[in-house]
Design a binder for this molecule. Structure first.
Ligand code: FUB
Length: 439
């Protein structure tokens, strides 16, 4: 084809097909993560998840959650995420005195110049304190007296008062003293929430005078996200609806936080994208969340596309699609033995297509597109803007070769600004695509 150059690149060369973009779901793909608490500190979103690891001899229990430490991640644009590394390991907790591998869902809040990281381990709740949101965190000598359970979630009220919630069968709440290290009175059990089915993972927040208590609840067979509202931080709370339905994947747990950043609300949660066969190795996700006029929360639509805007010059992981044609499209792991390598998408048959939203071309000056692809039959793909029959950006001829290659094609028109991409397969063949990158 005119204007089309072909580069042959051996499979595995220089990590060529590693999924190294984080704008899509899940947004951390080089390790298992769960229970993401997102907070806005110093103009960035910080995410404090728990960290699932596979069990190994002497490290945790097989077929169960194994969690020995916490990382923190941050981003300014919800696309590029920085892993600040391990902020706390179970062996650094002075009062634990053993390895329990149950560092479950944490939270982190800011008060009086300090960051307070609350974490459950060994059935107790610990606190670690830092001057910066990414640490170093110094754990307190003793656990939080009077609070026993899992999944601490802290509400910083408008008047500066802090309330800590946690779960142990039911959800409890207590006021924290000004020092954030002690309870200011006995805890209260939050009544009036659903009485049957496990409830855990409380995440409280306030918006426009309404206090929201969000929690995973097993209404049917697995957890879904629900919420209750109140006019008072400690209740009484009234159940108000479902935020996220049970995962289509069947992931038994879900765990949430809700945060406003740059004028948009987001739900952070987890699924088991990187471990479809074992739902205790999870992966964190983010999607947009919207409120109704009356303050009720609209159900969130869980997406693969996620929330970050993708730079046209990065590897656009179109397997994390916004939409696909009704038939002929399949997504699978590039390497089923190493799911961290990411996914590929197969377009099988004429007029099969994939849509990937929110690609930023900027002022452009771009000249060509590279496509990581493989096809034993050969194929022809078209890249179009905004609609399946929108302006043509490039035609890329994929030669017959089952090995992965990078194929370069000249652009036929040069986009600027932000666009949704459509990639359409034009022949009655099958083409496997890993990523697309404009240059
Ligand atoms: O991650 C371990 C536990 O699974 C959390 O503490 C729960 O909320 C559930 O997500």
């Amino acid at each position: 084809m005119k204007n089309c150059k072909l580069y042959l690149v051996a499979l595995g060369f220089g990590g060529l097909f590693l999924n190294n973009t984080f704008a899509t779901n899940p947004f951390i793909t080089d390790q298992f993560t769960a229970d993401p608490t997102a907070r806005v500190f110093e103009g960035r979103v910080y995410v404090y998840p728990s960290h699932d690891i596979p069990a190994s001899p002497g490290r945790g229990r097989t077929n169960w959650f194994v969690m020995e430490d916490y990382h923190v991640f941050s981003s300014e644009n919800l696309t590029d995420w920085t892993d600040h590394g391990v902020i706390l390991n179970q062996t650094n907790v002075p009062w634990l005195g053993r390895t329990s591998f149950d560092m479950w869902a944490p939270d982190c809040v800011y008060k009086n110049g300090k960051y307070f990281f609350y974490f459950p381990v060994g059935g107790r709740i610990g606190v670690a304190v830092a001057d910066k949101p990414y640490g170093p965190f110094k754990p307190e000598e003793k656990p939080l007296a009077g609070a026993g359970g899992i999944d601490p979630g802290v509400l910083m009220d408008k008047d500066g008062t802090a309330y800590i919630f946690w779960a142990r069968g039911r959800i409890s709440v207590a006021k924290l003293k000004e020092n954030m290290l002690e309870l200011d009175g006995p805890p209260l059990v939050i009544t009036n929430l659903p009485f049957t089915g496990l409830i855990e993972g409380p995440f409280p927040f306030e918006r426009n005078g309404i206090y929201y208590l969000t929690y995973p609840h097993v209404q049917n067979k697995i957890e879904r996200l629900e919420y209750a509202t109140s006019t008072n931080p400690i209740g009484p709370y009234k159940p108000a609806g479902v935020i996220l339905d049970e995962a289509a994947s069947g992931c038994w747990t879900v765990h949430q936080s809700i945060v406003e950043y740059k004028g948009q609300w987001y739900l952070f949660y987890h699924d088991k994208d990187l471990s479809p066969q074992f739902d205790k190795n999870r992966a964190i996700r983010a999607d947009k969340l919207f409120f109704n006029e009356d303050g009720t929360i609209q159900k969130v639509n869980p997406t693969l596309r996620g929330v970050g805007i993708v730079d046209a010059k990065s590897k656009i992981q179109i397997d994390r699609y916004s939409a696909i044609s009704k038939e002929g499209v399949t997504v699978s792991f590039l390497d089923a033995t190493n799911t961290f390598a990411g996914w590929k998408i197969a377009l099988d048959g004429k007029n099969t297509w994939v849509q990937f939203d929110q690609v930023e071309f900027g002022q452009s000056g771009l000249k060509s597109v590279n496509v990581g692809s493989a096809s034993s039959t050969g194929g022809l793909i078209e890249i179009r803007l905004d609609k399946a029959d929108g302006p043509l950006v490039a035609r890329v001829e994929i030669g017959k070769d089952a090995e992965w290659k990078v194929i370069e094609a000249k652009l036929q028109s040069v986009p600027t600004g932000t666009h949704n991409l459509f990639v359409i397969q034009n022949e009655n063949n099958q083409v496997d695509l890993d990523w697309i990158r404009f240059e």
